[in-house]
Design a binder for this molecule. Sequence first.
Ligand SMILES: Cc1ncc(COP(=O)(O)O)c(C=O)c1O
Length: 397
Amino acid sequence: MKLATRTTKIAASPTLQMAATVKALKAQGIKIFDFAAGEPSQNTPDCVNQAAYNAIQANFTKYTAVTGIDELKEAIIETFQRTHQLNYDKSQILVSCGAKHTLYNFTQAALEAGDEVIVPSPYWVSYPDQIALTEATSVILKTEESSHYAIDPSLLDSLITPKTKAIILNSPCNPTGSMYDRMTLESVAELALRHDLLIVSDEIYEHLVYDGHQHTSIASLGPEIAKRTLVVNGVSKSYSMTGWRIGYAAGPKDLITAMGHIQSQSTSNPTSISQKASVAALQEGQQFIKGMVQELSAQRTLMVNRLNAISGITCPMPRGAFYALPNVSSLIGRRHAQGTITSPSELAHYLLTEAKVACVAGEPFGAPEHIRLSYTPDLSVIDQGMDSLARAIQALQ
Ligand SMILES: Cc1ncc(COP(=O)(O)O)c(C=O)c1O
């Protein structure tokens, strides 16, 4: 079959592919230390499940308004006011089927051939592919491990051309765990204003921060910058609701309206039941987040310390999200019985077969010297998994 050319520009999400491989191995009864998953291990909070049961019992099971129910939009508006003192009205909110869908709606509504979008690297895997589907170009802004992956404003400035339409920020970041401080955000905001750029601020990990680090939303820096910022968020990560598929955006009314039209002609509304459940999450889920952050913080420390104790691996302490991104460049070139490790992808494959440790290679994240491990499993799984990983690395020659 002759498929559309655009299908040749993208690949299936590598993180979801690895998740599928792990599921298949587990189904065969093989025990896997699963550090590949991009989701919390906690159950969805009871208050959320209860709201969903209530919705079903009340037969709230039909189409809703395409852009989301008023009750959820009001809960989202209230959340933005409470957490960032940002004020939106309902016409500035769009609820979609996960934050990935929110971002897809954005790329389809705002980008076209010839546009350039600045993407700091390492980046979340889906940004470049979603941009490629619109025939716009990703312009990669490199950031360095040595500076905790901070954006260098003068490097950013040098990448801006008359074709630059937008810059994507992701803080806390998947996969680096880094966060942008206020000064950096102010520099980015100043450049966006000077060059008339849109900012897409993906804040899906905003509540998952450690060691007293504070998340700042760039939209909260002032009304002028809020007017040109699309804030992307959702319930997947903070409330352990990855399967419920609810993400949302807040931003300029004309952009939100156009994104709503794309959604209207593609998915229609996000699931009615999940929308009701998300109201409960936003209104009653704050204690749940506190508990999860405490657990994640201990898991993060254990995993990162164990990784750093392995000769050939270095791993900075992440500040937010739930991923460790160890540098494995000094393992490249080492040999095992079946061959030589020539890339992080091969290392990930070796670790899966040899140590039964699932992780994701860094290449599709723009991190060609790294692998990414989620520290979402509980402490004992991390401990045993790190034992197994350390043994497999020691066996390399
Ligand atoms: C940075 C980032 N943005 C967006 C998403 C998408 O989240 P959702 O499950 O709401 O589609 C993810 C999920 O992995 C992510 O890591």
